[in-house]
Design a protein around this ligand. Structure first.
Ligand code: ADP
Ligand code: MG
Length: 156
């Protein structure tokens, strides 16, 4: 699959990736955001939403499971499954109905809903570099034709 790997030396670099991705989001796209607590997943989503023109707060959906946004003629759903004890909680919470062709879905901790959350078009994996380096390493992987198109535009 098409992929690229970026060094993000500071928070501003994470925000810049969100700003670059924002205009490439098309309805139906599913982005998975993987990486440990504090890796920068919510920071990137916040930057995406801000770049699209969302002026209000962007809080982590850790407790609500999903936060809903309608901005720049897009529906965006931001999920966080960190607190799931069992992937079936995805079904119990009725979250499948959010994954529509007219919506963009941004999913933190997708592995916690493994087997139920729909597959990603683009997977973003955040890593912490080995000490003494700080910042983050971000890998972007296309997982579908739509994802490949998004990523090739991102790289150009
Ligand atoms: P997550 O949603 O992955 O748990 P958050 O986005 O809530 O993480 O928090 C990430 C933290 O790391 C924030 O304090 C943010 O300022 C910081 N951060 C984001 N990107 C970088 C980066 N590239 N380098 C260093 N710190 C970063
Ligand atoms: Mg988060």
């Amino acid at each position: 699959d098409a992929h690229c790997c970026l060094c993000l030396p500071d928070e501003a670099a994470t925000i810049a990736v969100g700003q670059a991705l924002a205009p490439l989001l098309a309805p139906g796209l599913i982005l998975w955001l993987d990486g440990d607590l504090g890796a920068g997943k919510t920071t990137l989503v916040r930057s995406l939403l801000r770049a699209l023109g969302h002026a209000g707060p962007v809080k982590s959906p850790t407790y609500t499971l999903v936060e809903v946004y309608a901005v720049s003629s897009l529906y965006l759903y931001h999920f966080d499954f960190y607190r799931f004890n069992d992937p079936e909680e995805f079904v119990d919470a009725g979250l499948g109905e959010y994954f529509r062709t007219d919506a963009v879905c941004l999913v933190e901790w997708p592995a916690k809903a493994c087997g139920y959350v729909p597959p990603a078009d683009v997977e973003l994996v955040f890593r912490f570099p080995d000490a003494p380096a700080d910042g983050r390493i971000l890998e972007l992987r296309a997982r579908s034709e739509a994802g490949r198109q998004c990523l090739s535009r991102f790289r150009s």
